[in-house]
Design a protein around this ligand. Structure first.
Ligand code: ATP
Ligand code: MG
Length: 632
């Protein structure tokens, strides 16, 4: 049997042989003539000359063989809907949508901005774009007008596909109003807006000559037969903006053939998902996990995918497990934040259902702390696999790969570099760290297939943003800190700009957070660096307690704050001790579960917190302000 090390080594040393073999997993209209063209570093072109199509690989080829098998299950616990689409149904719906888009003048290379809730039509729209060679740019439906406007101006779409409203925890979010405002703010004006009217926001404003109704147009194209537009492997499939956690979002441009091959390979080697099985990713189509593992990945592999609109807690915290039982889900993908949310509820909700179909649970998007990892793996009784990646890469960089070798799962680590990624931990002078030495996670190019091919419309920004870490060697920077231990397991220690500089000592926020999380009363914590006249910066902690009893009186608060500080002293030394530990009931996070660190830090320093439109729970801000106001 091949070991992970041998497998990885082959992918790096013989990329042509390795990826040439993997490319057989997808269907090519025209074979490629060269596996990799790396004549213009750091720009890599994969499967040169090959022609293929993402929609064909995700839909048509399965519809031809297994038309009646399940392809998509759309479930909304917000609107009480549950609709099952076979591969034949999916193909027909995609062709209807594609015909409507063509009737609105959309063709190959045109951008289509998708600003939609988690409904099946959003998937039809994305696949329809892929089918006709249009480039989709999905903007997460939680973004408000300002953020949406910048993305409209950057992608300059011909068409916007949207909906009257999204639903979240029983409340309608008026997408159409946000979109209208964004278009008025933007310099670029899309010529058409295709509206999927869910009837949730009865009175939305229709702009004459621009807005068209999807249901009306669809009715004209019920039997549409829209042929696939074949694309050269490197032609763009989509643009997706990074989450913007650390600054101006970057428009990640993805290719076509490389992406399809990479995703197909991950189903085999990482996710262990087979044709005919079911994949449930709880992310949102607005994020990269949604693109790769709600839509393209599972479908390319001939799996049924579950698209879920709703929260993990409604109607009760058992809802996800109920879905796993009902549809015999084999592979599940979620985020650490969801695991932490579930951890606050009775595990009986999990044990009520038959989860025997499930092989693994994958978690990604932010650090998975050890206690949560251990808890969820214990409760589920199956491997829970932390995997590390970025919008830029489109698929995991670090992960266990049970499809290659069943390695031991250790808590707090996303295990090993995935095949294709020549990953190293670098010192700031460009040399390579020793085991257990902290450094910057970098990838020696070429980046493997499926990773960003450039920044949309800005090749110079692609090079200057990602490849200018050192003058020599040329390395892709992840902007994350990491460590490789003696056994080859990797640990991600937070972002390079999350470093706190205390009197000349550089501390990672993640390390302090891990230390604090080690205290049994703490459920969740965020640490930020706050300007300090004396020391430059001081860490400040905002912690959520497991049980409100811990902070029932001012005496208990003071005692717990002291105990938490002591915990930090013990694990990292007094230098890392936070100046304050504030207790709150909820932390400000994006809907994808990322801590809004920049905003926390800005507030703690009395500055403007910036764009907060994607915040999950506005209560978190009030609490933060209250805590800061009353205690600093
Ligand atoms: P921006 O680049 O615009 O600031 P972002 O980096 O938050 O936004 P994403 O691409 O969605 O946007 O997130 C990728 C980042 O998330 C990684 O660089 C890393 O910091 C973090 N991350 C993802 N998965 C993990 C994981 N398993 N463990 C630790 N951190 C993770
Ligand atoms: Mg990033």
């Amino acid at each position: 049997m091949t070991t992970i090390q041998e497998f990885h080594k082959k992918s790096i040393e013989q990329p042509d042989a390795f990826w040439g073999e993997e490319a057989k997993s997808i269907d090519w209209h025209k074979p490629f003539t060269q596996v990799l063209d790396y004549s213009r570093p750091p720009f890599a072109k994969w499967f040169v000359g090959g022609e293929t199509n993402l929609c064909y690989n995700a839909v048509d080829r399965h519809a031809a063989k297994r038309p009646n098998d399940r392809a998509l299950v759309f479930i909304s616990t917000e609107t009480d809907q549950e609709i099952v689409y076979s591969f034949a149904d999916l193909k027909q719906e995609v062709m209807r949508m594609a015909a409507v888009m063509q009737s609105l003048g959309v063709g190959k290379g045109d951008r289509v901005l998708v600003y939609m809730p988690m409904i099946a039509e959003a998937m039809f729209a994305m696949l329809a774009c892929a089918r006709i060679g249009a480039i989709h740019s999905v903007v997460f439906g939680g973004f408000a007008s300002g953020s949406l406007a910048t993305r409209i101006d950057d992608a300059t779409p011909k068409l916007v596909v949207s909906s009257d409203a999204g639903m979240r925890a029983g409340k309608a979010v008026p997408y159409k109003d946000l979109l209208d405002e964004a278009i008025s703010l933007a310099e670029h004006k899309p010529s058409k807006v295709l509206m999927v009217d869910r009837g949730l926001d009865k009175g939305f404003n229709k702009v004459e000559g621009r807005d068209v109704d999807y249901a009306t147009l669809r009715a004209q194209f019920m039997d549409a037969d829209v042929p696939v537009t074949w694309l050269e492997s490197s032609e763009p499939s989509y643009i997706l903006y990074t989450s913007g956690t650390t600054g101006k979002p970057k428009g990640v441009q993805r290719d076509t053939g490389g992406y399809a091959v990479a995703l197909a390979s991950t189903l085999k080697y990482i996710f262990c998902g087979n044709e005919g099985e079911t994949y449930f990713a709880t992310s949102d189509i607005g994020w990269v996990v949604g693109h790769s593992y709600i839509i393209y990945g599972p479908l390319i592999g001939g799996m049924c995918t579950i698209m879920y609109e709703g929260t993990p807690l409604r109607p009760d915290p058992g809802i996800w497990w109920q879905i796993v039982e009902k549809y015999k889900v084999n592979v599940m993908f979620s985020a650490p934040t969801a695991a932490r949310v579930l951890k606050k509820h009775d595990p009986a909700y999990m044990h009520k259902y038959d989860l025997s179909s499930l092989k693994h649970l994958f978690l990604a998007g932010e650090p998975l702390d050890q206690p949560t990892h251990e808890w969820i793996m214990g409760e589920l009784g199956l491997p829970v696999i932390d995997n590390y990646w970025q919008t830029e890469t489109g698929w995991p960089i670090l992960s266990a790969m049970p499809g290659v070798e069943k390695t031991e799962i250790r808590f707090g680590t996303p295990s090993f570099p995935v095949y294709g990624y020549n990953l190293r931990i670098f010192r700031e002078d460009g040399t390579i760290c020793d085991p257990d030495e902290k450094g910057i996670v970098g990838i020696v190019p070429p980046l493997p297939p499926g990773c960003l091919s450039t920044v949309w419309g800005d090749d110079a920004r692609f090079v200057s943003t990602y490849f200018s870490l050192f003058r020599e060697p040329q390395v892709y920077s992840s902007f994350d800190w990491g460590i490789k231990d003696k056994d080859g397991y990797h640990y991600i220690l937070g972002r390079t700009d999350d470093v706190i500089n205390v009197a000349g000592h550089r501390l990672g926020t993640r390390e302090i957070e891990e230390a604090i999380q080690g205290h049994s009363a703490i459920a969740e914590v965020a640490v930020v660096g706050v300007a300090d006249q004396l020391k430059g910066q001081m860490p400040m902690a905002f912690a959520v307690v497991k049980n409100a009893d811990h902070i029932a009186t001012p005496e208990l608060v003071a005692a717990l704050e002291k105990a938490v500080m002591k915990k930090v002293d013990e694990s990292l030394g007094a230098i890392a001790r936070p100046s304050r530990v504030h207790f709150v009931t909820v932390l400000p996070k994006t809907r994808s579960g990322k801590l809004l660190r920049r905003s926390i830090q800005a507030l703690a320093e009395g500055r403007d917190p910036g764009d907060l439109t994607t915040i999950e729970d506005p209560k978190a801000l009030e609490q933060l302000q209250l805590a800061l106001g009353s205690k600093t």
